[in-house]
Design a protein around this ligand. Sequence first.
Ligand code: SF4
Length: 488
Amino acid sequence: MHILSKSTYIKGLQCEKALYMQKKHPYLRDKLSIEQRAKFQRGTDVGMLAHEVFPGGIDMSPNSPSQFPKKAAETLANLSNPEVKVMYEAVFQFNDTLIMLDILVRDGDQWLAVEVKSSMRLSDTYYNDAALQYYVLHGCGVPLSDFRLMYLNGDYVKDGPIDVQHLFKMESVMDYVVEREAFVAKNVERLKAVVALPHSPVVNIGTQCHNPYPCDFQGHCWKLIPKNSFLFTTAMDDEMLFQCYFNGVNTNAKMLQQVEPDSEEAHQIEALETNSYYIDYKTLYSLAPQPKPKSVAFLNLLLNRPAVPELDGTRPYEEMILAFALQGEHEHDAAIDPRLRTSQRGDDMAAAEGCFVWDCFEDHSRWKEAIPLLIEKLSHYELIVCFTPQNLSTTLLRHEIIQNQTVGHKVFNLYDILQEARFYHPAIKRGLTLQRLETALFDEAKLFEHSRILVEATSNDLLGYQQAREDLIAENEIVAKTYQHLFK
Ligand code: SF4
């Protein structure tokens, strides 16, 4: 059996301990978030579509890991079979390292290797992936005419059935992977030795825990770090925090002596000590809507950006409005889907009065119907309050829901306001989300992450749709509650 694979090699480049844990103690991994699962699924869907660029190939995917040796032997046999022109997920193993190559195409007496990515631009990790694959292919003696990365073409506009030849772009990385071969060889030996260790290598927590990806063993490695440690502050970058930590500054009291009194760093540490939040009220109040608006609405948009365009006239990752919830005094005749009324969540449904919900979950081609509806509904309000890391004004302008920047002041994004007022709570170390805000302000965590609503809304399941509508309303209620809490 193999020792390394593409994913464990990349993990090992980030942290040797993460590689060891993955190989020897995978059950200690943190649970995958819904967002991460959706990302994997997106990669699989795009990969399947990419096969059609080189049709008629043989799928070499094993049904289970135990089939890897068999599939590797079949792949090698297919290389010398002139009948085989294309292989998908071809399995190769060299020096205890196993890869599955997305597409391998016969090119005269050589082969063209293609690795598919579901994004619109290439990153260092993709180049590192390709370099490992080349190392294995070269080691297996596969003569390559080229090695290309295939990724989504942001200029492609869908017009009828998906035209896979134009949906994807390709870039040769042959020069890069050849040049990196010695580097990969060295790392493969180093990482194999790590896996062979009798115990996990001793690696202190550090910046590598978050870079380039959040490590999924943080639940294990960070378990002895107090939940209110200064390592969870955001006012200093990780580099600086860990430098202090490794220089013996290992308590909040010691850290407080290192920072300026009355500084943002000090306020954050004090917030940790008192298990409360910090906010710069002077800035917050300077940002309060002036004059006080006569009518306020709370808007929660659900946007979808499918990797592969679903509708004619759209590009990869182009945004569409899948749903919105609007809560305000003019929404007395709540046009909530009647199925919501059957919900078990009686309390929430009572609160949903005065909230208008629209969606096109069952037919995405209707998404533009949201635009005139929003134009009409928003015109009744002086202030539109929302919470989103995205620039809602830009979204509303892009869809011509608001006409120009001069009415942009109608949009009051609590996310931006809180960032400007340097809102801090230990729960938001990894980014400010509505769920974490709810924990920080109200000591409750009933919400799920917003990304879950998109999963529900695209589940092709009526119960999922219903849950998505309810969750949009529940989020809007937290936005309203936050606004009241901060500005009333
Ligand atoms: S949490 Fe940090 S130290 Fe632990 S395995 Fe991950 S990267 Fe390495």
